[in-house]
Design a protein around this ligand. Structure first.
Ligand SMILES: NC(=O)c1ccc[n+]([C@@H]2O[C@H](COP(=O)([O-])OP(=O)(O)OC[C@H]3O[C@@H](n4cnc5c(N)ncnc54)[C@H](O)[C@@H]3O)[C@@H](O)[C@H]2O)c1
Length: 338
């Protein structure tokens, strides 16, 4: 059993549907929880057997038994809570996006380094089973040289369930596709350039983009296209995944948006040149909630070993930079190097 003890700020949908079930399954210790809506904190504590419900964030930060603060509140209120926690020596698992801008995220990462605490970001798609299996097949050489990847998403998203989203310039790329971009970095390294088009649907009430099409070029001739649409009102909704290599191909479907935020299983098959059929990859875990054990587990290991979490803040700045490179590309109608 590791020595880390978690205190959670926020008892909203993602904490109760994903963080807490995943932590329970993984055996992580959660000692305390705080939400400014105390009834939510109490309900989560009761459901998941958390011993202490705090009545202020200061009370949670002052709890000497808590070594990691798991922050899952709206992005714009995250930075001040993170700052107060790091000033009191807590390690941090922050939500994506770490901050609204690369500049503010960089300031947070620098401050955590100065405070001597570890800061990781909850970009758990890297632990999604299909992403892990894709990487495993790539590393085993099963696909030959991967040259093309397509993520094709057409879903119906109720953005108004997150009443805290400011009606501003950012929606899909910063709050949603950021997960895909982080997984691309995990699989293919750092992109050399991106070209992006974003737009709204006619007459949509949301103030920012609900459609995005981004093409990334990675070293090794890998081209990744991400085509996301959020207003598919039919019963045929999907997040498709195609990975094309010189010797093998993957076809699959991510299940994370089936019955959100509970999610369904990914479905994945691959074939190799010369094979007469596709091979089904057995997948038991799900992105929601199982992958949520990943970033926390990686942070706990980093604390114990003195290493770095896989999704550490410094690394995550590059994911956030991809997002903002897309916005800039769309605005300036040209390719941008993140
Ligand atoms: N990693 C992922 O896959 C993923 C998925 C969904 C949401 N998120 C992120 O998680 C965060 C929460 O999202 P959600 O879907 O749970 O939203 P939600 O609206 O269901 O819950 C937010 C919770 O934060 C509480 N809160 C707001 N301000 C607070 C404050 N100052 N102090 C304490 N509590 C406060 C609210 O009372 C509410 O319970 C957001 O940052 C979102 O971007 C991440």
């Amino acid at each position: 059993m590791n020595k880390s003890t978690i205190g959670i700020v926020g008892a909203g949908a993602i904490v109760t549907s994903s963080h807490l079930p995943a932590y329970r399954k993984a055996g992580y210790r959660v000692a305390a929880i705080y939400d400014r809506d105390i009834a939510r904190a109490r309900a989560a504590a009761e459901q998941f057997g958390i011993g202490r419900v705090c009545t202020s964030v200061e009370e949670l930060i002052a709890d000497q038994t808590v070594t990691i603060m798991d922050i899952a509140v709206p992005p714009l209120v995250q930075p001040p809570i993170a700052r107060a926690a790091m000033a009191n020596g807590k390690h941090l698992l922050c939500q994506k996006p770490l901050a609204w801008t690369v500049e503010e995220a960089t300031a947070l990462v620098d401050e955590a380094a100065r405070a001597g605490v570890k800061l990781a970001v909850n970009q758990q798609m890297r632990w999604d089973p299909m992403v892990r299996e894709t990487r495993r097949l790539m590393q085993a050489g099963t696909l030959g040289q991967v040259i093309n990847v397509t993520l094709d998403e057409s879903v119906l998203t109720d953005w108004f369930q997150w009443s805290w989203i400011p009606p501003g310039e950012y929606l899909d790329l910063l709050l949603h596709s950021i997960h895909y971009f982080d997984s691309y970095r995990y699989l293919f390294g750092e992109p050399t350039w991106v070209f992006s088009a974003i737009d709204k649907y006619p007459d949509q009430p949301e103030a920012a983009e609900t459609r995005s099409f981004s093409i990334f070029h990675f070293p090794g001739k890998v081209i990744v296209s991400t085509n996301v649409r959020h207003k598919n009102w039919t019963d045929d909704q999907f997040v498709g995944w195609r990975v094309e290599g010189t010797e093998g191909m993957i076809r699959g479907r991510f299940g994370h948006l089936d019955n959100y935020p509970f999610g369904g299983p990914d479905r994945m098959e691959y074939t190799r040149r010369g094979d007469t059929s596709w091979h089904t990859v057995e997948i038991n875990d799900k992105w929601f909630p199982d992958a949520f054990a990943g970033p926390m587990g990686s942070l706990i290991k980093a604390i114990e070993t003195g290493g770095e979490a896989e999704t550490n803040g410094r690394d995550n700045l590059k994911t956030l930079a991809m997002v903002h490179a897309c916005y800039r590309s769309a605005k300036e109608q040209r390719a941008i190097a993140p």
